[in-house]
Design a protein around this ligand. Structure first.
Ligand SMILES: [Mn+2]
Length: 310
């Protein structure tokens, strides 16, 4: 029997839930989790072994147009590829038959997980996909990923997102995969409620501290606030965009990438992200950091530095 392949990202629950869904449906699955900047490289590697796979799914990420063209030129590879993405800046890739970019459907915003669920549910007979607890968790992921909140679920959506950092990615996936197998309704456990409260206090402190270190500048005529942070980038970005007198909040994670957040209607932060080789949504997007950034910082701090191998 052949395997399936799933390529998704490590950033948030919208990259984790596709793995849970795939585990519920497929017996054998190879999972590749990556950063935005790594997608094309990972896909190119996977394609070297495409004959091993029945299907190759890419969820909540997209590939470059050059790579899309390569795939489109091979009937054999194209038939195996399926891309599910909800990022507006990738809508133009819909011209490729194997790429599906949907921002919203019937007035409801989609996320990578919901698009993948719809595909799996309409293609495979797997009753687990329709369990009440799973549908509730998918809705919580969708709301926190798209900020398309409903009054009754907004709090729970935030709380469910907190569990991603509390458990850590692997444990989070394990916990909610097992949860679907063992439960009908979704409910936070008593322990989770306590942990969420502790985590929320910790995040509040972290955000307050970061807000004191914002640098103000202009880039491409946008008034920006820049901060260095590795954690809670979405919450921090929204806090900055809403509370500071800026057009775009920029959060640099030296290890990973740059995040952009905006809240004003007339501001499209993805223009700035695209200018620096990234992309995403109008109000939430990202771009890669230069690969030699950390070396450059070290050289700037330590003018006598000499590099030695590992
Ligand atoms: Mn997403």
């Amino acid at each position: 029997m052949k395997k399936n392949c799933l390529i998704t990202h490590v950033a948030d629950p919208d990259g984790a839930f596709p793995i849970i869904l795939a585990k519920l449906v497929f017996e054998s699955i190879d999972v590749f989790s990556c950063e935005i900047g790594e997608v094309n490289g990972i896909v190119e590697n996977v394609l070297k072994n495409y004959k091993d796979y029945d299907a190759i799914y890419i969820v909540d990420l997209n590939i470059s147009e050059d790579l899309a063209k390569v795939i489109d030129n091979s009937d054999e590879i194209r038939d195996k590829m399926k891309v599910f993405d909800h990022h507006q800046s990738n809508l133009y890739l819909n011209k490729y038959s194997f790429i599906q970019v949907v921002d919203s459907f019937n007035g409801k915003r989609e996320c990578g997980t919901t698009l993948f669920w719809k595909y799996l549910n309409s293609t495979y007979e797997q009753p687990l996909l329709n369990k009440k607890c799973l549908k509730m968790m998918l809705e919580l992921v969708r709301q926190s990923d798209t900020f398309d909140f409903s009054e009754d679920l907004k709090d729970d959506a935030f709380k469910f997102g907190r569990l991603y950092s509390i458990y850590g990615r692997d444990k989070y996936i394990e916990r909610f995969y097992n949860y679907v197998l063992e439960n009908e309704d979704f409910e936070f456990s008593e322990l989770e409620k306590v942990l969420i409260e502790l985590e929320e206090n910790k995040i509040k402190k972290y955000i307050e501290e970061k807000m004191e270190h914002v640098l103000f500048a202009k880039i491409l005529n946008y008034k920006v606030g820049i901060v260095f942070a590795e954690l809670h980038r979405s919450i921090l970005g929204n806090e900055m965009a809403n509370k500071l007198d800026i057009d775009i909040a920029i959060i640099i994670n030296v290890d990973r990438s740059v995040s952009y957040r905006a809240s004003k209607k007339e501001i499209d932060a993805s223009i700035l992200a695209s200018f620096y080789n990234g992309g995403g949504h109008k109000h939430a997007c990202g771009s890669p950091v230069p690969s030699d950034l950390q070396e450059k910082i070290c050289t700037y701090i330590f003018n006598n530095i000499e590099w030695i191998g590992k």
